[in-house]
Design a protein around this ligand. Structure first.
Ligand SMILES: [Zn+2]
Length: 150
């Protein structure tokens, strides 16, 4: 997502907040964050966003609701936030496809493709490690080339 597109989609949230770092999560979650804002604003148009971020692989959406709000509406909003945060555990934070929580030193919810991409340097290292532990590898590779060339 281009920076300008992202800013436009988050304009409503930005207006109701004073976020020092903006919305701190990947593009994959932006549609969920935007939908959540719309739903909360229907109940409490003057609610304030304190922080939106990724933490331990999940979404955190911190807000303050209006004083005048009924307990029932407060509960509805809390349920909406919980639901959006729960959905994010199943959505790739980077691209928005189906994802799961990955633990790799860091924790992040990602799809297979984004996970492989992100961990590619490690994969390269592993490939080299395997290669260096097999002294016959070059010979085998040559053999395979010979076979494939008929
Ligand atoms: Zn992805």
């Amino acid at each position: 997502m281009k920076k300008k597109d992202r800013e436009e989609r988050l304009a409503a949230i930005t207006r109701r907040s004073n976020l020092p770092y903006g919305v701190e999560c990947g593009d994959g979650w932006i549609p969920i964050v935007v939908a959540l804002d719309v739903q909360i604003a229907l109940i409490d148009p003057n609610y304030v966003v304190h922080q939106v971020k990724e933490k331990f692989g999940g979404l955190r959406y911190y807000i303050a609701t209006s004083e005048s709000l009924s307990d029932e509406d407060r509960t509805r909003i809390r349920d909406l936030v919980s639901y959006a945060e729960a959905i994010c555990w199943t959505i790739c934070e980077d691209c928005g496809r189906e994802g799961t929580l990955r633990k790799h030193g860091w924790w992040k919810t990602m799809c297979d493709e984004c996970y492989v991409e992100l961990t590619a340097p490690d994969k390269e290292y592993l490939t080299k490690l395997v290669a260096s532990s097999d002294p016959d590898r070059d010979a085998k590779a040559k053999e395979r080339r010979d076979i494939s060339q008929g």
